[in-house]
Design a protein around this ligand. Structure first.
Ligand SMILES: [Zn+2]
Ligand SMILES: [Zn+2]
Length: 318
């Protein structure tokens, strides 16, 4: 299972009750953050999930409302005693921006590695040294801790959407292991997906495992217009977190001009992508009460929730 919390649900500028874009994900005791607008570390402190175990920060794009919380948060993580390196991933331009932001905090007690990405799928494993990122191994997809995929979006600055997939291992079948003549002492390694050579013979995980099991999929799309590639990218997500900068249908021209979405456009993507739940975020500061416009999304996609700061969700294997 995976836990997540919306740390901030605003766009443009922070408001007293609404910090800027940020999502915290907790899995196996480790943490991933997506976006880090102003107010992120304050919201994180209110949440009380801790700072030290944050291994990976994914940035959608380099607009201030998604990154200006970084210098303060990175400092606080250092003060919390982190020594392990941290990885920050983002679109084209993130390396230069980070170089600038890091000059404001020259004495971090851990290394920060920056990865500039466009469209990719990578396997993520957590270990004692933080996080390890590898090229996705198609043959052994079910044995990483997480798979992260990215999609190029349509915004006024290079911007990427993220999907996270938590694979679920196939079921162990002792009957199959016995009939394949697998010695009992090898069962555990094979169950963990590692082939073993024993007494000159190689044993494969497929000799003890059977069937495919569906994992947990979560996607995060902000800031963008609703482009045609999004439904396939988010397809089958248990939770689709999406920007809904404007609730009022009258704001369509503003949405087109600023490269954002209406609630109704996000809801259509959720419908086309056959997700289970839509969670709206990144509300314009002119929208005092986003829930006032909920109906504009609900009539298209009934399982829609209007996000708010520190909304918490637990996602379990289906
Ligand atoms: Zn934004
Ligand atoms: Zn933006």
């Amino acid at each position: 299972m995976l836990d997540l919390a919306l740390l901030g649900t605003g766009g443009s500028m922070p408001m007293p009750e609404r910090f800027l874009s940020s999502l915290l994900i907790k899995y196996k005791g480790r943490k991933i953050l997506i976006d880090c607008g102003e107010g992120t570390q304050v919201s994180m402190r209110l949440l009380k999930w801790g700072f030290k175990s944050l291994d990976l920060i994914l940035i959608s794009h380099c607009h201030g409302d998604h990154i200006l919380g970084l210098p303060g948060l990175l400092t606080t993580i250092g003060n919390a005693g982190r020594k392990e390196p941290m990885v920050i991933m983002g679109p084209q331009g993130i390396s230069n921006i980070m170089k600038g932001l890091l000059t404001a905090i020259p004495y971090l007690p851990y290394d920060v590695h920056i990865a500039e990405v466009s469209e990719l799928s990578i396997m993520v494993n957590f270990n004692d040294n933080g996080v390890e990122l590898k090229e996705l191994d198609e043959g052994n997809k079910s044995h990483g801790d997480l798979i992260i995929s990215t999609l190029e979006l349509d915004h006024s600055s290079p911007c990427i959407g993220y999907s996270l997939y938590v694979p679920r291992r196939p079921k162990f079948n002792p009957q199959k292991a016995i009939s394949n003549g697998v010695p009992k002492k090898l069962w555990k390694s094979l169950q963990e997906g590692k082939p073993v050579t024993y007494e000159g013979k190689t044993f494969e995980p497929s000799m003890v495992l059977e069937g495919k099991r569906k994992g947990i999929k979560l996607s995060f799309i902000t800031d963008t217009r609703p482009i045609a590639t999004i439904p396939d990218f988010i397809r089958g997500s248990q939770l689709f977190i999406c920007e809904g900068t404007y609730g009022d249908e009258k704001d369509i021209e503003r949405a087109i001009e600023n490269k954002h979405m209406l609630f109704s456009e996000a809801a259509r993507l959720a419908y086309e992508g056959e997700v289970e739940e839509l969670l709206l975020t990144h509300f314009s500061p002119v929208m005092d009460k986003p829930e006032k416009y909920a109906e504009n999304a609900l009539r298209i996609f009934p399982n829609t929730t209007i996000g708010y700061d520190r909304l918490i969700r637990r996602l379990n294997y289906p």
